[in-house]
Ligand binder design. Structure first.
Ligand code: AMP
Length: 414
């Protein structure tokens, strides 16, 4: 199938051609015609599927077909959980709207609001926003949402995880009742279904990959390794495999900083990206990673969520996420846009319980093995009744060798 057959206008096709896309991705093929028909959409799509163009292109077309008032009012609102994601969507909107008369802006917290207010005052067709800053500027009287014709909730599951439900509900009250709604989510918990039911009107279901399964081309492998030797194993994998672009997921900011230091000591260029980093530092780390200036990006889940990193060949789960759905999100960062990828999970004794949760969600076994030279020391395969987390009150067995000093960096989450 080609983009030409989706019903998009010539200036939009020109922008798509400029991006170099040969054909629409499955989510684009399914979502674009439905959105063009003005229908509500409930889309199951993780990042990396091309979902951004899937909603942006038809929205641009719909809005450029209809009359604008002489003073441009915001007619489309894209809500998204993180600043990085907001900035990326905005970049996409700018690229796809290059050949039409269209104005857009992005607003998110953590930065000076004045340039954002200025952009809004100039008149806009589309606004990309994180919920908190949107409400903030609305409460200060800097913007009106009473002309919104199309609403997009992007990464809706993550917005709920981040506690934005109340903000979303407040924003809904500010929008006109009659509007088109598009909801994108990688997973479908009960809460997401409830939210979808309250917002969408007779939605068309669109799926990019079957619910809660990982992208097909990703090869997944687990390495059982002692906790204290994980950094050493990461360094070995990256250096011996000569990997040039690796995204490593950590559970904590502290852990991300520590690992970054260890990599740098071994002359592996790396940067950490997490909630304590300034916006400037995050943007720089991401652009250095994309341009190949640094080989490794060490990220917490929230910071990494939705990052637009095309063709990522390697993802390492330094620690397994305790929420199985997060595993699916993380793996979604590789094997993007048709390229194959490799996802490696480092599994220590305490994480066996997470493996079971992930396997249950995936409906398949996660193959795991030990790397020669990294055999588990003095830790037998756990008998069934001991598989849970170690009892903190129980004295630890003396461990021989290795650096298993109980360094627990799990307290300081994200
Ligand atoms: P997204 O899931 O929207 O974050 O997009 C993931 C990546 O795929 C981005 O780098 C897009 O530029 C790229 N992409 C989007 N649509 C296509 C397409 N039809 N063909 C190739 N790459 C695409």
């Amino acid at each position: 199938m080609s983009f030409d057959s989706l019903g998009l206008s010539a200036p939009l096709l020109k922008a798509v051609a400029k991006k170099g896309y040969a054909e629409p991705s499955p989510i684009q093929e399914k979502a674009i015609p439905v959105v063009l028909q003005g229908k509500d959409v409930l889309a199951s799509a993780q990042t990396g599927t091309g979902k951004t163009a899937g909603f942006t292109l038809p929205i641009l077309q719909l809005l450029s077909q209809t009359q604008q008032s002489h003073k441009r009012q915001i007619r489309a609102l894209v809500l998204t959980p993180t600043r990085e994601l907001a900035a990326q969507i905005f970049d996409n909107v700018k690229e796809y709207s290059e050949f039409i008369d269209f104005r857009s802006a992005v607003i998110f917290g953590g930065v000076n609001q004045n340039p954002q207010i200025k952009a809004i005052k100039n008149g806009l067709d589309l606004l990309v926003a994180t919920p908190g800053r949107l409400l903030d500027l609305h409460n200060q009287g800097h913007l009106s949402l009473s002309n919104i014709e199309i609403l997009v909730l992007d990464e809706a599951d993550r917005m709920l995880d981040m506690g934005f439900l109340r903000d979303i509900k407040r924003i809904m009250e500010l929008l006109p009742k009659r509007r088109q709604n598009l909801l994108f989510s990688a997973t479908f918990s009960k809460d997401i279904k409830k939210l979808a039911n309250s917002i969408l009107y007779q939605p068309v279901m669109v799926e990019a990959t079957p619910e809660n399964t990982t992208a097909e081309k990703v090869s997944q492998r687990g390495y059982k390794v002692d906790r204290g030797r994980k950094a050493e194993l990461v360094i070995k994998l990256i250096s011996e495999g000569n990997w040039s672009q690796v995204l490593i997921f950590m559970r904590t900011k502290h852990g991300a900083n520590n690992l970054t230091k260890k990599l740098l000591k071994k002359n592996i260029t790396a940067a950490a990206i997490h909630g304590n980093k300034t916006q400037g530092a995050r943007v720089k780390a991401l652009s250095d990673f994309k341009s190949g200036k640094i080989r490794v990006l060490v990220a917490t889940d929230i910071a990494a969520r939705g990052l637009d990193i095309p063709l990522l060949p390697h993802v390492i789960n330094y620690e397994l996420p305790n929420i199985p759905e997060d595993y699916v999100h993380r793996i979604g960062r590789t094997g993007r846009a048709g390229a194959s990828g490799q996802a490696i999970s480092l599994i220590d004794f305490e994480e066996y319980e997470y493996v079971r949760g992930i396997e249950k969600l995936l409906g398949e076994k996660l193959q795991s093995e030990t790397v020669p030279g990294f055999d588990l020391e003095n830790i037998p395969s756990p008998p069934k009744q001991e598989r849970g987390r170690r009892n903190p009150n129980k004295p630890k067995k003396k461990q021989g060798g290795g650096n298993r000093n109980g360094n627990n960096n799990r307290g300081n989450r994200r």
